[in-house]
Design a protein around this ligand. Structure first.
Ligand SMILES: *Cc1c(COP(=O)(O)O)cnc(C)c1O
Length: 401
């Protein structure tokens, strides 16, 4: 019999009662170190006092009024995002996929209103992830997610991630934009070759294409800069963000330059819930905290320390860990054993992690993680690796007998 909760996830048999900072208390009574971070969403950890205060205060005032009216909290948040980014204007929605849907629409509309409706094709990358709506699935082009869901939305051309020549070859007179993640998160914490984003930016300038970044996972301080594109010293034309923006409250946003958003006039796009007072009050508090002096430097430093410790762990456990990847607090361990075996072994040690493509175990702790908590995670990971090695050794013995 089908479960009342539609079984589209292979969930771990574990639930939580409460959380505080980087820690979650399971209904099993154990305390877990949350380095899955709600898949890069719980940017300020659990029950952050200032987020609790912000949501409580706004909940007592007004939650939702719809976009038929002005929303001061949304106007304030939009201004903050504009001030801190390349963008001139922001559309709010409720998820990463919706933010990407908007980004795709902005890119197509831009060329349409500029007299080139034929420039509706978009170049995207193999191994990417842009969400689970039909358009964002078509954008990513992963067969395993598209299978059985009918004709995918037309207009996307896929090339290998990091392959500039392939991008150049894929450009036709119908190409209007390039969509790219600065680091592929779900794809396996894949960092592109250095200079790749900059080269894409130059190519877009040269060919009159829009550069659309998907920073749903990498944005909001995750890599140690407010946006990952800052590391590359470039600016996109359009960008989607979500995950960390609400610190756990659902909100997404599509950012664009004035030029790129030229066609996005009244009536061209919308969302009933998008940018409601509750969501934007919470997200405004998240943004304020992440922008406080020293916060991002701290994230970058913690990320560096974490990556160094993970590299040591790889040297200690070559039969379990093959490679360490990522930037800031978006890190990945390419596993030698099946990645979900390592995720399960870590969970047994009360360390929560997540899987990703290319047999990677993803680590996305809250941005407020301390050095002591990194050290604690290392002890747990060390024990998890030892247990896997013991199992491997037992298998080898078994096979020899
Ligand atoms: C998670 C993710 C999305 C989709 O976000 P949802 O909120 O699940 O719709 C899109 N792009 C990237 C890069 C992501 O990591």
């Amino acid at each position: 019999m089908i479960a009342p909760l539609m079984p589209t996830y292979a969930r771990a048999d574990l639930a939580f009662e409460r959380g505080e900072g980087v820690w979650l208390t399971g209904t099993d009574g154990r305390r877990y170190l949350d380095f899955a971070g709600g898949v890069a969403v719980s940017s300020l950890g659990h029950a952050h006092p200032r987020l609790v205060a912000a949501i409580t205060e706004q909940a007592g005032k007004v939650w939702h009024v719809s976009n038929l009216f002005r929303i001061p909290e949304a106007e304030r948040l939009a201004k903050m995002l504009v001030d801190v980014s390349f963008a001139d204007t922001v559309f709010f929605c409720n998820s990463g996929a919706e933010a990407m849907e908007c980004a795709i629409k902005v890119a197509r509309k831009y060329h349409a209103v500029n007299g080139h409706p034929e420039k509706s094709r978009i170049i995207a990358f193999e191994g990417s992830f842009h969400g689970r709506t039909l358009a964002t699935l078509a954008a990513a082009g992963a067969k395993k997610y598209l299978d059985g869901f009918g004709e995918p939305l037309a207009g996307f051309d896929h090339v290998p991630y990091g392959d500039l020549d392939a991008v150049k070859k894929a450009i036709t007179p119908e190409t209007g934009a390039i969509v790219v993640e600065p680091i592929q998160g779900e794809g396996g914490v894949r960092v592109p070759p250095s200079g790749f984003l900059r080269a894409l930016r130059e190519l877009c300038n040269e060919k009159g294409l829009l550069l659309v970044l998907d920073e749903v996972q990498t944005g909001l301080g995750r890599t140690g800069k407010f946006f990952a594109y800052e590391w590359a010293g470039i600016e996109p034309d359009v960008m989607a963000i979500a995950k960390g923006l609400g610190g756990g409250f659902p909100i997404g946003a599509c950012l664009a330059t004035e030029a790129a958003a030229k066609g996005m006039t009244a009536g061209t796009h919308g969302s009933t819930f998008g940018g409601n007072p509750l969501a934007t009050a919470v997200a405004g508090t998240v943004v304020n905290i992440v922008l406080e002096k020293g916060f991002l430097d701290r994230v970058a430093k913690t990320g560096l320390l974490f990556k160094q410790r993970l590299a040591e762990m790889k040297d200690r456990h070559p039969a379990v860990i093959a490679e360490v990847r990522g930037e800031g607090l978006l890190l990945g361990l390419r596993a030698v054993v099946p990645n979900m075996d390592l995720v399960a072994a870590c969970r047994e040690e009360c360390l929560l992690t997540a899987g990703a493509g290319e047999n990677v175990v993803r680590l996305m702790p809250p941005l407020v993680t301390s050095d002591a908590e990194v050290a604690e995670a290392m002890n747990k990971l060390d024990r998890a690796c030892q247990k896997i090695e013991a199992t491997l050794a037992a298998h080898t013995r078994g096979a020899a007998e």
